[in-house]
Write a protein that binds this ligand. Structure first.
Ligand code: NAD
Length: 309
């Protein structure tokens, strides 16, 4: 096994790299010899306005430190082609895509407008879809690619005032899990991170003593490893914050089996045995292999005597 994580010479596109986490990733990839496309439209937290300054500053800083980077100011949603073109024009290809750009339009669900809902899905989900689709062609052709989807605890667990954001973030989990399967034979690895870090997204909602522990530098090591040649992982969800790196899995309770030939399949049968459905004592961690087996193989959960009845 290699002792080093090698990213030298790799071309990485990082969306939303003009600030926050993306900026930290950009610097760290560049310091490892990667060629970085720093995309950022330079807008506000809610996505309004634009400025070239955010991306330009990061590129200037990287170049000053001897690294290689090119700026791109395109809106991920309306011109994803421009972002890939910047990579192709400057560096001839793309190897790694970090889907990182994002906005917030928080509101309780009662007050959330359709525009607040779709605007957030547009950037996080549709934007990631559009750019990933373009890069996918390159990755498939060269039989190499690494992709990060940026999810969130709000997506995995729900969060008050973020119905739009949590929908988008959980959708990215399913998107990443599926692309991991479709990319497997082409050495395209796709992983999902769910994180918490200090940035303009969190600095008004989290207390200062918590924010102190959440520097974005504590997220970057996992992102770099997951997108390296060395990383075997694909289709996994990782939770990262404050120096903790952990993997998240789906958990299935041991469950209730009603045998159609001997049990009455009624809502009352569920009522009387509902606690069994939520009993996690002998739980397992389902994954989808193929043909839905393992996820759907209920017979594997039955006692020997029940099988074939
Ligand atoms: P941030 O606001 O500092 O960074 C997001 C960047 O994306 C901004 O620079 C913004 O200009 C850019 N951007 C927004 N819309 C864009 C578009 N259409 N095209 C191009 N660029 C665009 O916030 P951050 O905290 O660094 O967030 C980075 C990612 O991490 C986001 O996807 C966010 O949802 C996710 N995330 C952050 C946290 C956290 O604790 N900070 C938690 C969970 C998930």
């Amino acid at each position: 096994m290699s002792e080093q994580v090698s990213l030298k010479g790799k071309v990485v596109i990082i969306t939303g790299a003009g600030g926050g986490l993306g900026k930290v990733y950009a610097h760290q990839f560049a310091s490892r010899g990667a060629k970085v496309v720093v995309n950022d439209l330079g807008g506000s937290l809610t996505g309004s306005g634009n400025s070239n300054r955010a991306a330009d500053v990061v590129v200037e800083e990287i170049k000053k430190s001897g690294g290689t980077a090119a700026a791109n100011y395109d809106n991920l949603v309306t011109n994803p082609e421009g972002i890939l073109q910047t990579a192709l024009d400057n560096f001839g290809t793309v190897d790694i895509l970090i889907n990182n750009a994002g906005i917030l339009k928080d509101s309780s669900f009662k007050n959330m407008t359709e525009k607040q809902f779709t605007d957030v899905l547009d950037v996080h989900l549709n934007g990631a879809f559009k750019l990933t689709k373009l890069c996918w062609e390159v990755f498939k052709a060269k039989k190499y690619g690494r992709i990060i989807m940026t999810a969130s605890p709000a997506g995995l667990y729900g969060n008050f005032g973020q119905a739009n954001y949590s929908c988008a973030k959980l959708a990215l989990v399913g998107f990443g899990e599926t692309l991991a399967k479709e990319g497997y034979n082409s050495n395209i690895k796709v992983n999902i991170i769910s994180l918490l870090a200090k940035s303009r997204m969190t600095e008004t909602v989290l207390p200062p003593d918590v924010l102190k522990k959440l520097s974005p530098e504590k997220i970057a090591p996992l992102v770099l490893y997951l997108t390296s040649e060395e990383c075997p992982s694909t289709g996994s969800i990782y939770e990262v914050a404050a120096g903790l790196f952990a993997q998240i899995k789906w958990q299935r309770s041991s469950g209730l089996y009603l045998n159609p030939s001997s049990d009455t399949l009624t809502p009352e049968a569920i009522l009387h045995k509902f606690s069994k459905i939520s009993d996690f004592k002998d739980s397992d961690y389902p994954i989808m292999l193929k043909d839905y087996n393992n996820v759907w193989d209920v017979t594997s959960k039955l006692g020997k005597n029940d099988q074939g009845k």
